[in-house]
Design a protein around this ligand. Structure first.
Ligand code: AHG
Ligand code: MN
Ligand code: MN
Length: 283
């Protein structure tokens, strides 16, 4: 696993360089979810693929930017599912973006995730690594080296509310839930990039990030293997909770297709319990 983590550090430095120096425009292709790809999405995907080609414990790769499974090493143990550049449409307005990695042993599904990682490309490059043994570890890069800042733990209750999805298409009970948090004094924090938004909640001690099913997109937008499950693991390891709109742990998701999405809620205990009540989810 340390080889995979070292490879992710090398990848982070290269993608950060690409973000800072390369063309921010669109390519002429689209991805498996039908979204137009930026040149940076394609470049980041290429950087990751090339890096893991040299790591023989990696059996296969599944990328948000590619349709199928890329088999790498027959004798490998891990399948890495990744979003090469999350929030890439924010690069041209100079907001933070990220990369997300889910490391699975066996079939890629929630219960088989053994580690996850994400990188934030902001004013600095930051990295969070989570394994089953410990709380997520937070690193910051300085001149190409990642220094450990410390372990990350969520408080029982936070102050931040990051509500995703098009508000016009929210259900009435979701609207009431979001409004009830603001009425309690929660502050809106939503950049439109799940990596910096979820990172902020983790580091500021708590709150909730939601991306519900909506009338236009009933199963939500965020993809299970590359976005939802890796962050669910981070939040649970930090002492928080991560569930879908039925109250099921996101770590129990079994995608039928690599690009399947799920409604998702990540937060500290207090906010997730409030969500369950608002959604009529029995304990
Ligand atoms: P990607 O850039 O990989 O397609 O994903 C962007 C995601 C996520 O980062 C963010 O939380 C969400 O899309 C924002 O969606 P809305 O614009 O619908 O809020
Ligand atoms: Mn994404
Ligand atoms: Mn992406």
């Amino acid at each position: 696993m340390q080889t995979i983590f070292q490879t992710i550090k090398d990848i982070a430095i290269k993608i950060d360089h690409a973000i800072k120096t390369e063309d921010l425009g669109y390519s002429d292709s689209s991805n498996a979810s039908g979204e137009d790809q930026l040149k940076l999405d394609v470049k980041s995907d290429y950087i990751i693929e090339e890096a893991f080609k040299g790591v023989d414990i990696v059996k296969a790769l599944i990328s948000e930017e590619k349709e199928g499974v890329l088999e790498l090493h027959e004798e490998g143990i891990y399948t890495i599912c990744y979003d090469p550049l999350d929030g890439s449409s924010l690069a041209d307005v100079n907001l933070s973006v990220g990369s997300i990695f889910g490391i699975y042993e066996g079939e890629p599904r929630g219960e088989n995730l053994v580690a996850s990682a994400y990188v934030v490309y902001g004013p600095r490059i930051e990295l969070m690594l989570a394994t089953k043994e410990e709380k997520p570890l937070h690193y910051r890069a300085n001149e190409g080296l990642f220094n450990l800042i410390g372990e990350v733990s969520l408080n029982e209750k936070g102050k931040l509310n990051a509500p995703g999805g098009t508000q016009q298409y929210w259900s009435d009970y979701h609207k009431r839930f979001v409004e009830s948090l603001f009425a309690e004094g929660y502050r809106l924090r939503y950049s439109g990039g799940m990596v910096p938004d979820l990172h902020q909640i983790l580091l500021k001690g708590g709150g909730i990030f939601s991306y519900p099913g909506t009338t236009d997109v009933p199963k939500g937008k965020l993809r299970q293997l590359f976005e939802v499950i890796p962050f669910a693991f981070m939040y649970e390891q930090a002492g928080g909770q991560a569930i879908n709109d039925k109250g099921m742990r996101l770590m129990e998701l079994i995608p039928a297709h690599p690009h399947d999405t799920s409604p998702c809620f990540f937060g500290s205990d207090y906010e997730i319990e409030a969500l369950k009540e608002a959604y009529g989810i029995k304990a």
